[in-house]
Design a protein around this ligand. Structure first.
Ligand code: PGA
Ligand code: ZN
Length: 441
């Protein structure tokens, strides 16, 4: 047993220049360190981060959360076995005592939970992915790289709502390796940038590094991405394809979906019609949060309509909550899950969400937040748990590139073990008949 001998925290800064929590967990065999990310388009059911309020730093400071790590959390974890992730996470949850982790702060809790895992890996003399893979992979599955999902244009809450949809993304189902997936992504990212420059709108980027959206309508962004794929010389959807994060909770008012840029206010059925039309007209293989977290009827109907040939991902819809995933699966909502550790608060609960997704036959994507840092823990989770897809934003800005580059290092360490890549059947549009959830095995 490796005991925790110290727990520390400090305020550091995220990719939006906002304060966030870094935690350190020390043992006699080194230390683990992790930083809490932060979302902008957060789901209503997410764990609650603790911000200090008041006037300073727009009320966003995290000194109370830092103090919680240094005080009560440290006291609760000192002397415990760092390898007992489930026990440590249970202690954090019990110490907080609220349903949304808002007392200690999900930012404090997730930083500590991830730092414990990092410290346990350090004590075992392994990189985190290898430490997790020892117990975390499905029986008989070798560790391999996830398929990247990379933002090309930003939008929604990450770009002052200049376009209503949040992410216009590229996936590379035809790539033979993670390295090749990134190379193809780079070609398309820069082709898209060149198109924007020719339109007189080049250079600027949104929160996650995707090109700043300067479009006359939402569909124009999809069209421009399809053209950039052509410019770069790829065939879609076989080699590369489009994914969308609609993040529709951001523009749903309980009755209608309002696409401000298009001047349209659409009820559930009309919005489904519009989305289904886009899916038919463009090489779109995955759509995230097409309907709002408060509109389960819309999500169920859209899944029934398009789910056989489209990956439908619940992000705000499931908020990485195993209970919500099980309920959604029972009701036929979505067929894939976004996994964000800070959305639920601990590593153990994130793992439970992945287990619930797998049990339902759902696909899964480990995801970063729009507010990120140099922390690369989530890349290790995807590899160590065998999650087939990874979404960490665009192909610019070092809080994003740090994660893509970490995946390259892991691919190199795995060597031939990283193949086959990617798992077939992630996208039903490309491999019809193979259920998305069964592709990872
Ligand atoms: P967020 O965006 O981190 O601002 O929530 C990411 C996403 O919606 O996938
Ligand atoms: Zn999302």
């Amino acid at each position: 047993m490796t005991t925790i001998v110290d727990v520390r925290a400090r305020r550091v800064w995220d990719s939006r220049g906002r304060p966030t929590v870094e935690a350190e967990v020390h043992t006699g065999r080194g230390l683990g360190r992790a930083i809490a990310p932060a979302g902008a388009s957060t789901g209503a059911g997410e764990a609650r981060e603790l911000r200090d309020g008041g006037a300073r730093l727009g009320g966003r400071d995290v000194m109370q959360a830092v103090a919680h790590v240094q005080g009560p959390i440290r006291q609760a974890l000192l002397g415990r076995d760092v390898a007992d992730q489930a026990g440590l996470d249970a202690a954090l949850i019990a110490l907080d005592g609220t349903p949304d982790k808002g007392r200690l702060g999900s930012n404090a809790i997730v930083a500590v939970s991830l730092a414990c895992a990092q410290a346990a890996a350090q004590a075992a003399g392994l990189p985190l992915w290898a430490h997790l893979a020892r117990t975390g992979l499905p029986a008989g599955q070798a560790p391999r790289l996830p398929l990247p999902e990379v933002q090309i244009f930003g939008g929604g809450a990450h770009a002052s709502a200049r376009v209503d949809l949040q992410d216009f993304l590229l996936v590379t189902p035809g790539a033979r390796s993670f390295a090749q997936a990134l190379e193809w992504t780079a070609e398309v990212y820069h082709a898209a940038g060149a198109r924007m420059a020719r339109r007189g709108a080049g250079g600027g980027v949104a929160d996650e590094g995707g090109w700043w959206p300067d479009f006359r309508g939402n569909e124009e962004a999809i069209e421009e991405l399809a053209r950039a794929i052509e410019d770069a010389g790829f065939s879609a959807p076989r080699d590369v394809a489009i994914a969308l994060d609609v993040a529709s909770s951001q523009f749903y008012d309980g009755r209608c979906y309002t696409l401000r840029l298009d001047g349209r206010r659409l009820e559930r059925e009309a919005f489904a019609e519009l989305l289904a039309g886009w899916v038919a007209a463009y090489p779109i293989v995955s759509v995230e949060d097409p309907f709002a977290d408060s509109d389960p009827e819309g999500m169920r109907a859209f899944t029934a309509r398009c789910g056989a040939r489209l990956q439908i991902v619940g992000d705000d819809y499931f908020v990485t909550d195993a209970r919500r995933i099980r309920q959604g699966a029972a009701e036929g909502a979505c067929n894939a899950v976004l996994l964000k550790p800070n959305q639920i608060g601990t590593l153990t609960e994130t793992r439970a969400a992945w287990d619930a997704a797998r049990a339902a036959g759902y696909g899964a994507i480990v995801s970063a937040r729009s507010g990120e840092t140099e922390d690369v823990s989530i890349v290790h989770l995807a590899v160590g748990w065998g999650v087939p897809q990874l979404k960490v934003g665009s192909f610019a800005r070092s809080e994003r590139m740090a994660k893509w580059n970490e995946a390259l290092r892991i691919e190199e360490a795995l060597g031939a073990g990283a193949l086959p890549f990617p798992a077939p059947g992630i996208y039903p549009a490309i491999h019809p008949g193979i259920h998305p959830g069964t592709g990872g095995g």
